[in-house]
Structures are given as C-alpha cells and as structure tokens.
Design a protein around this ligand. Structure first.
Ligand SMILES: C[S@@+](CC[C@H](N)C(=O)[O-])C[C@H]1O[C@@H](n2cnc3c(N)ncnc32)[C@H](O)[C@@H]1O
Length: 315
C-alpha cells in the first residue's frame, strides 16, 4: 500500500528537515502542501487543500502538538478533548489524520480569536488575535475533515448512541486539559467509550504543583518581577499556600490532581504505555522552598508536565 511508503528514508529526511521549522511556523505554503501530499492517505486527499490556513496556523504555533505526536494518528480519526478553538485540528489533518473532531465546552465557533503562541507575551499574557478564519470557516474550508463542537464528551457519546454505526476514534488527545477537568474520571471513561479498542489515549498534563502550575502570571521566570506582589502571591510555589477566595480560578478551573492520582485514574480505563514525567523546576527550587512545603515531595514540585500514551483496557 502506497501510504506506508511514508516511512521510507526519503520521507523521514523530509520530516526531520521540516519539523523544527514547522513548529515555529518558519515554513512556506509550498512546503506545507508537499508535506500534506506525502502524509495524507492516497485517494482521500482534500481536493482543494487550504494551504493558506495551514500556513497561518503553523505560524501561530498550532503545529507543535500535532507534530510531537505525529506518529500516532496517521490514517486515523482524532478526537481532541478540550480543543479550545480547535486550531490544532489544522495541524492534525495536514499531518495525516483522516478526520479531526475537537470538542470544547468554551469553543466559540463564530469568533476568530486565538492565542498566537509564537509571539512574545505582553505583560506576561499570551496575545490573542485573529487567525483569519473562524472555526466555522475552518470547518467549511476543510470539507468535512475538521469538525469543532461546542460541548463535552457526554454530547459526543449521546450523538454516537443516536448513530451507533458511526466510527469511533483511533486517537483521543488532550493537550493541557487533564488539569482542568473537574470530573476527570468521568471524562476519561467517556474518552474510552468513544475510542476504538486498539486506539490510543494521549495527553500532556500540566502539574498544578510545579513552578508554573498555577496558570496565572508570571508564566515564566523571564516574566517574573519579584517586586510585583501580584506575581509573588503565586510565584516560587507560593500558590500552594495561597488561600483562594470563592469563585477563584484555582477552585473553578483547576482540579489540583496529584501525579499518582492522575496515574491511578488513567489506569482505571487504560493500560499506560508511556508515562514521561518532565522535570523542570525552572532553576527556582531550593531546599528552603522544599522545607516550606512539607506536604509535597521534590517530585511533586519539580515535575512540570506528564506526557502519557495509553491503550484502552481490554473488556
Ligand atoms: C488550557 S485549555 C487547552 C486548550 C487546547 N487544548 C490547547 O492546548 O491550546 C483547556 C480547555 O479545556 C476546556 N475544558 C474544560 N473542561 C472541559 C470539559 N469537561 N469538556 C470539554 N472541554 C473542557 C476549556 O474550555 C479549555 O478550552
């Protein structure tokens, strides 16, 4: 089958050459089209591939995650839970997914406003601006290969129950979403139900207990201003002793799950194949800070992310 020729050395070289530049958006429209033509399934090409949209989303940094996990979804249907505005879908489909479905409780299908991940933050805040196309326009341009749903996994399951013959997903991805799910167990169980038996769950988790786990400003050590009280109420693990007022982001939008609990709840529905704890204390963790937080281990405070790949449990 011609499709599998993409593992040939020539293709590997093309991919390597372009990979780093792709994540930074330092590519041309022609290179993106070439990549798409090499990775899509022969006979299933999008007739009028919208290369301008693909280039723009690469320039905004939305090929980074699809590129990182590219080896898992070629020729498969991807479900992206907590997809934001669904902009990653462009990268997934360009890099070989047959279809992409993004679902997000907060997706605004008529609004063209997304984070530009490739421009510097202003006052510590990532800039949001127009990509050039709304999610509705992106769906139309990709001729049914991309669907973006404002909703939750329960809605997708209900839809599947109405059309039981509709195919399930080969890959379910969650990019920095697991820390936001207030019913993580429920969502993971629904992800399992929406997935083919030989599918893959793939997530990148942001650990609340890490230096930047608070999700507030400062988002990086470069942004940190130690004379700014707003920064210092969260920075250098002060967020762990911060007492959030009612309705604060910490209680509303972060589940504060501990690493072992995340692993245990994932293992209820999936066999974990990769569990990669990415250690980064941003050069800020001292013995004094560790001593200030006796309820937490060095691991709790220094693992910034977990990259996990898992397969549905049999039965
Ligand atoms: C940090 S954002 C990540 C967005 C995107 N995956 C990215 O990496 O750019 C987390 C997203 O999860 C969504 N979310 C939170 N709970 C959800 C749920 N139960 N079902 C679907 N989406 C949810 C939020 O609306 C938010 O857009």
């Amino acid at each position: 089958m011609v499709y599998f020729e993409m593992t040939a050395p020539e293709l590997d070289k093309t991919l390597k050459d372009i990979g780093k530049r792709l994540s930074k958006g330092d590519v041309t429209e022609a290179e993106i089209v070439k990549l798409y033509r090499r990775l899509c399934i022969p006979g299933e090409e999008i007739a009028d591939f919208p290369a301008r949209i693909a280039l723009r989303s690469a320039q905004f940094g939305y090929f980074r995650w699809p590129w990182k996990i590219r080896n898992y979804y070629r020729g498969k249907r991807v479900l992206d839970v907590g997809c934001g505005q669904g902009t990653d879908g462009i990268g997934f489909v360009t890099l070989g997914a047959t279809t992409y479905c993004g679902v997000d409780a907060g997706a605004k299908l008529d609004i063209d406003k997304v984070k530009n991940k490739n421009v510097p933050r202003v006052d510590g805040v990532t800039q949001r601006t127009g990509l050039g196309w709304t999610p509705n326009e992106i769906m139309a341009a990709f001729g049914g290969r991309i669907s973006i749903v404002r909703g939750v996994t329960t809605d997708l399951l209900a839809e599947h129950a109405r059309q039981p013959d509709s195919p399930k997903f080969g890959v379910v991805a969650l990019h920095t979403v697991t820390e936001h799910l207030m019913d993580l167990k429920g969502v993971l169980s629904e992800c399992r139900a929406l997935m083919e038996d030989d599918g893959n769950l793939i997530f990148l988790h942001d650990n609340f207990y890490s230096w930047k786990g608070h999700h507030m400003i400062p988002k990086s050590v470069n942004d940190l201003d130690e004379s700014n009280p707003e920064h210092m109420q969260y920075a250098d693990w002060n967020h762990l002793i911060f007492d959030p007022p009612p309705g604060h982001y910490f209680t509303r939008a972060l589940n504060k799950i501990r690493l072992d609990d995340l692993r245990a709840v994932t293992a209820q529905f999936f066999d974990i194949e990769i569990w990669d704890e990415i250690v980064n204390d941003f050069g800020r963790l001292t013995d004094e800070i560790l001593a200030r937080h006796p309820d937490y281990s060095r691991r709790d405070l220094s693992v910034s992310n977990v990259f996990c790949v898992a397969r549905p449990k049999a039965g």
